[in-house]
Design a protein around this ligand. Sequence first.
Ligand SMILES: [Mg+2]
Length: 246
Amino acid sequence: MVCARLDAPNKVFDTVLMGRERWELGKALGHTNSYPRLRTSVFSRTLTERPDPRVELVATDPWRKPGNSGRRTDTHLLDGLMRPLLLLDFDGPLNPHRAKEIPPGYSRHEIVEGTKTWQVLLNPRHGVELNSLAEVFDLVWATSWEHGANRLLGPRLGLPELPVIVWPSRTPVLRGSWKTPYVAEWVGDRPFVWVDDEVGRDDQAGFGDRQVVYAVDPGIGLGDADFATIRGYGYSFAGKEFRPHD
Ligand SMILES: [Mg+2]
C-alpha cells in the first residue's frame, strides 16, 4: 500500500487521479488530501464541491482530461495498488542477437540513423503482446538504446513512445548487471518485471517480493510462455486472478 509513503518525496510520478470512492476512503481517515506532495485530481460527476482547496475536482473521463495525452504511461492510476512496471531491455529479449539463425516469427531489419547502421531481428508478435501487457503494466524502456528505442525501435513494433531509463554509467560491476543500481533508483518501491538477457540472482537479490528480474535467453528472445508468465506476474501484483486464455 502507498499509505506509508504519503510524505515521501515523489521520485517516479507527480500526479494522482482517483475516483470518488477512493477519495472517500481517505476522507474517512481524516484526509481530504491524502497525497499532499502530489497533484491530485478527483474524478466525479456527483461531487459538486471541491473536496479540498488543493484537490482538483474533474467531471470528465480521466483519459480525456485536458493536458492528458491519453497515454497510460502519463499517469499512474492508484487503485489501492500502484500499476506495475514492465522494464524492457531490447537486445536479447526483443532482438535475439545470439540466435544462430533467424528464429521463426522474426525478420531481419536494418536500422539506420545518420552514419550508423544496426542489424536487428524483430518479431511483430512482440508488439502485439507488449501492447496487450500495457493493460496491466506501465511499459518502460530499460535498454542501452536509451531514447533511441523510442526513435528507432518502438515504431517498428507498433509501440507508443515509452518512458526511458537513462544510464549515467555503463561501467561493468563485480556482480550482476551494471544497470541494476539505476533500475533500483528508478523504480523505488513500485512492483515490476524487468526483462533482460544479462541479469541473474545477484540482480534479484536487492529487490522486493513483487519486483521480478526476469532473465531471457538472447538466442531465443521473448516467447509465448514468457509473455504468459509476465502477464501472470502483473495480475498477481494487482491482486487479480490470472486466466491464461483471457
Ligand atoms: Mg540485453
